[in-house]
Design a protein around this ligand. Sequence first.
Ligand code: ADP
Length: 185
Amino acid sequence: MVGDEFQVGKAKVCLVQGDITEMDTDTIVNAANPALTEGGGVSGTIHRKGGPKILGECKCIRATEWPDGLPTGKAVITSGGNLKARYVIHTVGPVWHGGTHGEPELLAEAYHNSLKLVVSKGLKTIAFPSISTGAYRYPIEKASRIALTTVKEFLEKEDKLDKVVFVLFTEHDLGIYKEAAKEIL
Ligand code: ADP
């Protein structure tokens, strides 16, 4: 996977094109739905390739911690099942409703809570997909800026992470993240 790399504080931020389920970072992030079911998009692929162990843990988290579903912006962690990554963080991004329903704040929370969780577990490397920009229709030009800004602000205050990777599914999406990163990182 070829891509761009930026130094932010003690960590590297990498932008690559690819399939997040192929990443060998400590943890990958799932753009989950509140029910923590397989769903489609990146979530469908994570569950398909990761095997039933991940879904079993998701069901347990639902039953014991979030019976009404995981609220938007929150994050939980499971094992990585058969994936190369040891863990999967499941976070729910906002559905785009025009941008005046708290979408920017909720998207930033999804990234921030995932980063906090990875640090609290003592893990060093994390890979994100472009949360909310698929089925949830968040415009990727706007979402990329929030993603990169949230990660940058976190890494400026927190020195326990080694690497944050953004895995963009298409060359087009990677181009948009690269443009935003030139300005923000
Ligand atoms: P959401 O419901 O949060 O919008 P989606 O899974 O529909 O989540 O899409 C989020 C982003 O993930 C989209 O940009 C989509 O192209 C991308 N995506 C889909 N599959 C993968 C994958 N295997 N690896 C990385 N990114 C993916």
